[in-house]
Write a protein that binds this ligand. Structure first.
Ligand code: SF4
Ligand code: SF4
Length: 311
């Protein structure tokens, strides 16, 4: 028996922990596990990928995963940029997605009829049980459901060993996802797809780049040109900041503390004395990059910023 899976998510969604939980639980069940997370830009909201292989025999020469049995998406917005992974799933395999959308809409996003599609509102379940928008526990539950391993008892032990806290809450989230995930079965028999190289986390967002040797790396150590402009972390957001201009005193603390440079100073039309229209300097947000971390609302001294649930 050999199960190969690729997990796609974003920094802060607990994808590495999810993979380690499945690996530890599977080892408790008597299997062998090999888990390799891969990071791009290491920051909250940046895409992260992890590979997990489970076998019932010892494999000391693991090959890279090319045609996974399962692709697990902790964020449905990553399906399109990471379509190469969806396309690589072997016919008859699974694409498991955390999404607030309907299973039918997710199936359209996946766009394949020769794979089984499992859908669960991972964020909704995580918020309900854990109070955090981290869909990793629910997606562990979905994996256990569609693959039949690891056992839920082993998942609970692994959550305890990996997290060491909030064990009951995270386990409850995994169990609810296990029970409520909607599975749309494959309706067509697909033909085997060509093996593809699954690109690095950075490459799928920034486009192709050329890797250079150590002697060609320029000063500063940049292997390829790029900037965080291309990482539109706004697509990951669960909550958005909304400002009440009447409470803002333009102290700019939000601007200073925002980790993604997503707080903007703009000119805004407002009513001035005697009802005249005037332009006033105001705070606004660049929702292309705002990842909804809530720091601006946290540091605002007047409570002018509120975080509002988006999905
Ligand atoms: S929530 Fe606020 S601090 Fe966080 S990224 Fe958005 S604007 Fe910046
Ligand atoms: S921290 Fe609050 S009061 Fe200060 S500029 Fe930002 S929104 Fe306005």
């Amino acid at each position: 028996m050999r199960i190969e899976s690729v997990w796609i998510g974003r920094g802060g969604q607990g994808i590495v922990t999810a993979v380690y939980i499945v690996a530890h639980a599977s080892i408790s069940d008597g299997l062998y596990a090999l888990a390799n997370p891969e990071f791009g830009a290491e920051r909250r909201g940046a895409p992260v990928k992890a590979f997990l292989t489970l076998t019932d025999y010892f494999d000391d020469s693991p090959e890279p995963i090319k045609n996974p049995d399962v692709a697990v998406f902790l964020d449905d917005k990553l399906i399109e940029p990471m379509r190469v992974v969806v396309d690589a799933v072997r016919p008859g395999g699974y694409v498991a997605v955390s999404s607030g959308k309907s299973p039918e809409d997710v199936a359209k996003l996946v766009g394949r009829r020769d794979v089984n599609i499992a859908v669960v509102d991972g964020i909704g379940i995580a918020l309900k049980h854990v109070g955090l928008a981290v869909p990793n526990g629910p997606m562990v539950g979905v994996f256990a459901r569609v693959m039949g391993i690891p056992r839920l008892e082993s998942v609970k032990e692994a959550i305890a060993s990996q997290l060491g806290k909030a064990v009951e809450q995270n386990f409850a989230a995994a169990v609810e996802a296990y029970k409520t995930a909607v599975v749309i079965p494959a309706s067509e028999t697909g033909s085997a797809r060509a093996s593809v190289e699954i690109p690095t986390t950075s490459a799928f967002l920034t486009g192709d780049y050329e890797l250079v040797g150590w002697d060609k790396i320029p000063e500063g150590g940049l292997a390829f040109p790029g900037s965080s402009l291309r990482y539109k972390t706004g697509s990951w957001r669960v909550e958005r900041p909304v400002i009440d201009h009447s409470k803002c005193i333009m102290c700019r603390r939000c601007w200073i503390y925002c980790p993604d440079d997503a707080v903007l100073e703009v000119w805004r039309e407002a009513k001035g004395p005697r009802g005249r229209s005037v332009k006033v300097k105001s705070i606004d947000f660049d929702y292309n990059y705002c990842k909804g971390c809530g720091i601006c609302a946290e540091v605002c001294p007047t409570g002018a910023i509120k975080m509002v649930r988006e999905i």
